[in-house]
Design a protein around this ligand. Structure first.
Ligand code: ITT
Length: 212
């Protein structure tokens, strides 16, 4: 079974990925651990396209360079996985969507991004505040073949931030079942139901079925 290099710069994402795949029997190296500094332009129109761009970008880089953090190991020994994800708010025509990380600019804090989204929903009743987190996972093989898997979680945008866990938009994304935000869930609770948990478990199964 090949080990995994996970193509992400997002530490919140990486922490969840490790927890979700902890029993996969594969070693998982973050892009940072592997010492790979490659900037991939996320210019796809969909989550799947962007996930694939990131995974291919890192796999291509590994084929052409020594992997600094994994001396003596070649690209052929790895699968490269990437996650492209985001928040779709129905009332805002699915904004911020694929632009979730770039919404209001990369430098803007999530406190400000979250406050801005709540302000744009002023006066909108609960039943029209529907939203979902979407995640596409791409896995690229050393020979260039690839697979993709998806996961979503449905909820609504609350009226205030709540909770300290998770990252990004978690403090404003609430679940209908218990009116808690995903930032109020423990990591185990979030990973069991999240877009990322669902997509990664699907990918894990797909890779097992293919004997990869
Ligand atoms: P990489 O491309 O390096 O992986 P990124 O943060 O730029 O990191 P994306 O382009 O996939 O990743 O953007 C995802 C954004 O969507 C992320 O920065 C958050 O703002 C939001 N997001 C995705 N999943 C989330 C989650 O589980 N909880 C909160 N926000 C999430």
């Amino acid at each position: 079974m090949r080990d995994i290099i996970f193509a992400t710069q997002n530490t919140g994402k990486m922490k969840e990925v490790r927890e979700i795949l902890k029993d996969s029997g594969r070693r998982i190296y973050s892009q940072k651990e592997a010492g790979i500094c490659v900037e991939v332009e996320e210019n796809g129109n969909t989550f799947a396209e962007n996930a694939l761009l990131k995974a291919e970008g890192v796999m291509n880089w590994c084929r052409e360079h020594e992997i600094p953090g994994l001396p003596g190991r070649a690209a052929e020994e790895f699968l490269v996985l990437a996650d492209d994800s985001g928040l779709e708010i129905d009332f805002l025509n699915k904004e911020p969507g694929v632009y979730s990380a770039r919404y209001l600019g990369h430098e803007t804090s999530y406190r400000e991004k979250n406050a801005d989204l709540i302000a744009r929903l002023e006066g909108v009743p609960k039943e029209r505040r529907t939203a979902r987190f979407v995640c596409a996972i791409a896995a690229v093989f050393p020979d260039g073949r690839y697979e993709t898997a998806f996961g979503t979680i449905e909820g609504y945008i609350g009226w205030k931030e709540s909770g300290e866990n998770g990252f990004g938009y978690d403090p404003i994304f609430y679940l209908y079942e218990n009116d808690r935000s995903t930032a109020e869930l423990s990591s185990e609770e979030k990973n069991a139901i999240s877009h990322r948990g669902r997509a990664l478990r699907k990918m894990r199964k797909l890779l097992q079925e293919k004997g990869e």
